[in-house]
Write a protein that binds this ligand. Sequence first.
Ligand SMILES: Cc1cc2nc3c(=O)[nH]c(=O)nc-3n(C[C@H](O)[C@H](O)[C@H](O)COP(=O)(O)OP(=O)(O)OC[C@H]3O[C@@H](n4cnc5c(N)ncnc54)[C@H](O)[C@@H]3O)c2cc1C
Length: 421
Amino acid sequence: MTVILGAGITGLSVAYHLKEKNRDFIIVEKEKTPGGLCRNLDINCYTFNYTGHFLHCKTPYVRNLARKLIGDIKTIKRNSYVYLNKRIIPYPIQSNRRYLSYGSRIKTFLSYLLRNKEKPENLEEWFVHNFGREMHNIFFLPYNEKLWKYTLKEISPDFLKSYIPKDSYVYSEKTGEYNAEFLYPEKGIGTLVSSIAKDIEISHGEVDRVEKDFIYFDGEKIEYENLISTIPLPELLKMLYINGEKFGSEKVNLIWNSVLCINMGIKGKLSFGNSIKVFKKNNLDPSEFHWIYFPEKKFPFYRIGSLSNISHSLAPENRSSIWVEVSYRENKPDKSIVDDVIKNLEQIGLLKREAIEHISQVDIPYAYPIYYKDCENIVQEIRNFLKKYNITLAGRFGDWKYSYMEESILEGKKVALELCR
Ligand SMILES: Cc1cc2nc3c(=O)[nH]c(=O)nc-3n(C[C@H](O)[C@H](O)[C@H](O)COP(=O)(O)OP(=O)(O)OC[C@H]3O[C@@H](n4cnc5c(N)ncnc54)[C@H](O)[C@@H]3O)c2cc1C
């Protein structure tokens, strides 16, 4: 029997594709509802997600699957910005220098021309190499330090390459960016995972021990021939026993960050204060923003976004919603973070405290795996070791990679087809 640990989008995709081939499996999920990070959170007539989750499709397979599963999935053109020095600048900033102050435009341009052309060895060098020192200093360094909570000099650059738009002094729509447009269901991303999960029987319970040939959850013991694990790798290693001995996660140096997502429901429409310079591009309305990056240190968050701007049916009439992303590693922000966030949003005129009618928090303990040097070799060793026990790792935290939903669906399909061979 094939056993799948975790009914997030990766585990569900393995199950969906095994079911298509009439293969038996058991899928175990600790939460009451499937979907992992791609679930909807329906609270007080608002629908929130785990921050924002948009389906970026490079492949016709995933696009067609999404359309087959939910007819009402729309293609949406990105409307996102960077907030810098009281300016709302269209994203990507490296292709929109003309909206920077005059001095900053000259500095970023000159340092782009004079940038170091040597092969970059780490993330900091990669940003400087591609965008110039000044653009690095005003955007990439502060933004990425805030997001990763790790020194960029220790992070390997290779994993990010396909996610960051190339510098083009004259912006071209044809830069092949991975997120220039995306698919999003009218009723939230959770409808995609619930459609995948529709005909799949899920066993609910928290797996707490994995041995050669057996897994345990809620007092049950299940035998497996093949185990597909999509639960976070450090959690799997903590509960793994080989020949009666606990494997543990201490020997394996895996580093990641966590994200605290603050969701708000707000009366009225969103707009910016008069002191903020707002730059419009391509006829897109900045107050209808999808998300905004905040590199400056004074803001405790690195990004905010609005789901109600993406699909109006995710908030009641004449209401708006905002999500706010705060990254952390060891120490989760304390209660004062909410007040701090509200004060900052008030300062840019985005909302008034009295207009907030709902506020809640979602903690994402595993958010971004950090690719420090050697990380890939270490994960490869674990993969090879576990393969000997018929354990396959899959998914963003299961297989420890910076991946997105489309990749999870494709990876689930690949794993299922390999099992059917
Ligand atoms: C902040 C953030 C924003 C993102 N934005 C996007 C985006 O816009 N677009 C995009 O494509 N991707 C985005 N992603 C990436 C996307 O979330 C992942 O690629 C995808 O959700 C990974 O799915 P998964 O099934 O591998 O993992 P998960 O969703 O983490 O699923 C793992 C499942 O295992 C279960 N589980 C854990 N432990 C146990 C246990 N002991 N027993 C049983 N079950 C267990 C969990 O409950 C969960 O359901 C984002 C990620 C983050 C963190």
